[in-house]
Ligand binder design. Structure first.
Ligand code: GLN
Length: 225
């Protein structure tokens, strides 16, 4: 890993506590970025691990296997409850698939798996992600999905060749690419802002996109411990 790993901000007791679903897939890469940005990180394998987290990351990997793990550990219901209570959730690649209607059902969208083709269609592309500034974000796509269909509460934040590859629904954020593998950590930084806001009890609306329209009723987030 780059030297920057060693330069990470020291987490303090007031740093947001981010759970990273660690049943399968590339959870460690997310942990490194989060730790470098000063978050406290906890691997989530069973429901008890979700206690008091201020945000949850669902990593890339293999969504079928990950979903089997979620079912085995009976994590679906606790995850739904926390999402409804306003917990920020970031899903990347397989994590985006996990958020869709056919999996955890947290976001009103349907992901198309391996949509760019299988292995051969692993590629990098510069994306404009709404709300993350003008500079393009380098997206790393590995057997990536795209969002084939979505309801009105889902706001598309980035497209590639007309296909939706980043979206939010309230405090739920889904990206089809591996933001944890590149140098550009703007997605994680923004997510940590949401987690901080959740931790401080602000809850409700967050500002990733200037044009974001959340149709959800504001939620009152629980106070940080
Ligand atoms: N193709 C995988 C799936 O369908 C996702 C790939 C990834 O997370 N890099 O679950």
């Amino acid at each position: 890993m780059p030297a920057s790993e060693a330069e990470g901000a020291q987490p303090s007791p007031s740093s947001p506590l981010i759970g990273v679903l660690a049943l399968q897939g590339g959870f460690q890469a997310h942990e490194r970025v989060l730790a470098r940005l000063g978050a406290r990180v906890r691997e989530v394998r069973v429901a008890e691990d979700l206690a008091d987290v201020h945000g949850l990351v669902i990593p890339g990997g293999e969504s079928t296997t990950m979903m089997l793990g979620v079912q085995r550990e009976r994590l679906s219901e606790p995850l739904r409850g926390l999402a409804q209570a306003g917990l920020p959730v970031l899903g990347s690649c397989a994590g985006l698939i996990m958020l869709d209607r056919d999996h955890l059902g947290l976001m009103d969208m349907r992901a198309s798996r391996n949509a760019f083709g299988r292995q051969v269609r692993s590629f990098e592309a510069d994306l404009h992600v709404a709300g993350l500034g003008d500079a393009p974000l380098r997206g790393i796509f590995i057997r990536a999905p795209w969002i084939a269909e979505h309801g009105p509460e889902v706001e598309i934040l980035a497209t590639i060749e007309g296909h939706a590859v980043a979206a939010r629904q309230g405090q739920l954020l889904a990206v089809a690419f591996h933001t944890e593998l590149g140098e550009d950590d703007r997605v994680h930084r923004e997510f940590l802002e949401w987690a901080r806001s959740f931790a401080s009890g602000a809850g409700g609306r967050r500002s990733l996109s200037a044009g974001a329209r959340s149709r959800r009723a504001p939620v009152t987030a629980p106070k940080a411990p």
